[in-house]
Design a protein around this ligand. Structure first.
Ligand code: APR
Length: 176
């Protein structure tokens, strides 16, 4: 993978709600009306106006992405995407839908004129996606997108646990 692409990718461990990037990505559900996990953390940190705007969006199908303001978050925007529920489908379908989450979120960010975006490990919590497979899909789809879209300057993958961060570091090292 070209060094110029890899230089734009960062892997961190921590809380996505504290990141000051143009957009943080929310691992939402199709109602877009909030939930637990990172969805709950983002809504708590953004404040009630986020839910108010989400209500106006009328939901979001799995694999697609929607953008809102960030309100009380340090990030200017939230990009909500709905990951696949791993055990509800075959692995090929799940992989295609997860790849769509990353590609559609990056496309929405680029089309909105944003240059920095942070992703959690979409579907790797409640939705049960194995972290190693999801990490490969996340990093590889981001690299492909960055090759064709130089307007995105920074993609941060932020992992809640140190062990998840190490999974991402190992994969990134394998494609350097
Ligand atoms: N910052 C970064 N990552 C976080 C945070 C946070 N504050 N909180 C949780 N995570 C991590 C989890 O550890 C997991 O690795 O985000 C990843 C995604 O986990 P979930 O939040 O459970 O999301 P997902 O598996 O996509 O399930 C989505 O859960 O919260 C509900 O409404 C949501 O129904 C939807 C479902």
């Amino acid at each position: 993978m070209q060094k110029s692409i890899l230089r734009k990718i960062e892997i961190r461990q921590g809380d996505i709600t504290r990141l000051q990037v143009d957009a943080i990505v929310n691992a939402a559900n199709s109602s877009l009306l909030g939930g637990g996990g990172v969805d709950g953390a983002i809504h708590r940190a953004a404040g009630p106006q986020l839910l108010e705007e989400c209500r106006s969006l009328g939901g979001c199908p799995t694999g697609e992405a929607r953008i809102t303001k960030g309100y009380q978050l340090p990030a200017a925007h939230v990009i909500h995407t709905v990951g696949p529920v791993y055990h509800r489908m075959n692995p090929v379908q799940a992989e295609n839908l997860l790849e769509q989450c990353y590609r559609n979120s990056l496309t929405l960010a680029a089309d909105s004129g944003l240059s920095s975006i942070a992703f959690p490990a979409i579907s790797c919590g409640v939705y049960g996606y194995p972290i190693e497979d999801a990490c490969r899909i996340a990093v590889d789809s981001a690299c492909r997108f960055l090759q064709d879209n130089p307007s995105i300057q920074q993609v941060v993958f932020i992992l809640f646990s140190e062990s998840d961060r190490q999974v991402y570091e190992r994969h990134l090292a394998s494609i350097r």
